[in-house]
Ligand binder design. Structure first.
Ligand code: DSN
Length: 441
């Protein structure tokens, strides 16, 4: 398959647009020299890069396999059918829509399929771990529906208290209950959510974007096994695929979901992305991917234990998934923005993060998020997790000591170079050298 990283195409890009080419080379150098610990990021497969840069990007394919509005669909139909079948098999779902362009439109498509403006929905509060699209007032979805936000409970170590959730559901009688998270380091009891929803006659939706790969790999609980009506997941996080989303649904909602995605919300699907999704889901069906999913969790446990031994405060006191949320103010006396910037200097990429009921604003919150999917993809194991945790603690204890940070950076870089980034040619073209240190800043 011809693709953007094929040598011929790279040479063309270098010659025709040196500015963009230099940025691409710089980003590759940056990714090689350091490590991505943002829990929603990963390093995708070379095969996915090939599909994303393929001729499928040329094709319009409005509609669905066998029912398109344009001709020339022999291979797009084939690709989309493969992706849908693999998705259904992997998650045990009755129906799959693989066209959502990414996570936010994916969730919006479910809401618009099933709700009327003003309907009541329960969703997890943003600062307690929910997502913008779960009713945060700043999102359009927050304005369209009557969101009632549930929170985690400090008394139960920051976990969800199902007694209070049940009481809220009985009082509010929501049409839909949404569970799922982007900064909650625990697993969910989907059975309890479903039981509460059944008691009040609500539909159920689990947004498993962060842990879609861990569910597909059999390492975490699967909401499809608990009779959820809708399960949504992005494809680029723990699944390691292209940027995109998928909606899994019960068969009885197939028409509503498909119509909501197209023509309701989107036009032509990105068929290069659908092809890459098919490849990703094929990989996720292999025993190697199950090993990967288990290792992501084992690495997160080791990482969290190392941080806790150093007396770092973690939201909920640990992790059950791939993610940790560090209270930096309490642990190190620095806010999340300073922590993120300090770790950038030692080539460890994280993101600042609000903690439950954070007294600080979102651009200067109290915490950072850490996650292990990307590091695990590069082949890092328990030794590297311990070292990464130790580097983070050391750096955040001395954020103003530039010489010390430079020593740590060299150690991090030395380790990272022993773990290649999949899909990046290990020998950068001599035509556009960019030093990793320069690329990073
Ligand atoms: N932005 C993603 C995350 O980092 O969790 C969620 O959409």
């Amino acid at each position: 398959m011809q693709n953007s990283s094929a040598p011929g195409n790279r040479a063309r890009l270098a010659a025709s647009d040196p500015l963009v080419h230099a940025a691409l080379i710089g980003e590759e150098a940056r990714q090689r020299a350091g490590i991505e610990l943002i829990p929603s990021e990963n390093y995708t497969y070379p095969e996915v890069l090939a599909a994303l840069g393929s001729v499928f990007t040329n094709k319009y394919a409005e509609g669905y396999p066998g029912r398109r509005y344009y001709g020339g669909q022999t291979y797009t139909d084939e690709i989309e059918r493969i992706a849908r079948d693999r998705a259904k098999r992997l998650f045990g779902a009755e129906h799959a829509n693989v066209q959502p362009l990414s996570g936010a439109p994916m969730n919006a498509a479910v809401y618009m399929a099933m709700l009327q403006p003003g309907d009541t929905v329960l969703g997890m509060d943003l600062s307690h771990g929910g997502h913008l699209t779960h009713g945060a007032p700043v999102s359009h979805m927050g304005a369209l529906y009557n969101w009632v936000r549930y929170k985690t409970e400090p008394e139960s170590e920051g976990r969800i208290d199902f007694d209070s959730l049940r009481a809220v559901a009985k009082r509010e009688r929501p049409k839909l209950i949404v569970c799922g998270y982007s900064s909650y380091p625990r697993d969910y009891d989907y059975g309890e959510f479903k039981a509460i929803a059944d008691e009040v006659g609500a539909l159920t939706m689990a947004d498993v974007s962060h842990i879609g790969g861990l569910i597909a790999g059999g390492a975490m609980a699967n909401p499809c096994d608990h009779g959820f009506d809708f399960v949504t997941t992005t494809t680029h996080k723990s699944l390691r695929g292209p940027r995109g989303g998928m909606i899994l649904a019960k068969k009885q909602f197939r028409r509503e979901i498909d119509r909501s995605v197209f023509p309701g919300l989107q036009g032509g699907p990105h068929m290069n992305q659908v092809a890459a999704t098919a490849i990703t889901l094929g990989k996720a069906e292999t025993p190697a991917f199950q090993d990967y999913a288990r290792q992501v969790l084992a690495n997160a446990r080791t990482f969290a234990e190392t941080l806790l031994e150093a007396e770092v405060t973690l939201v909920t006191g640990g992790t059950d998934n791939h993610m940790m949320v560090v209270d930096c103010v309490r642990s190190f006396g620095v806010d999340g923005r300073i922590a993120e910037e300090t770790l950038d200097k030692i080539f460890i990429t994280t993101n600042k993060q609000v903690i439950p009921d954070d007294p600080n604003p979102p651009l200067r919150p109290s915490g950072i998020r850490l996650g292990t999917p990307a590091a695990t993809t590069r082949g890092m194991g328990s030794n590297e997790m311990k070292r990464l945790a130790a580097w983070i603690v050391a750096a955040l204890r001395r954020p103003d000591d530039e010489a010390f940070l430079e020593t740590l950076r060299a150690e991090v870089e030395d380790t990272c170079r022993r773990f290649p980034v999949p899909g990046i040619d290990e020998t950068p073209p001599a035509s556009a050298p960019v030093s990793p240190a320069k690329a990073r800043r």
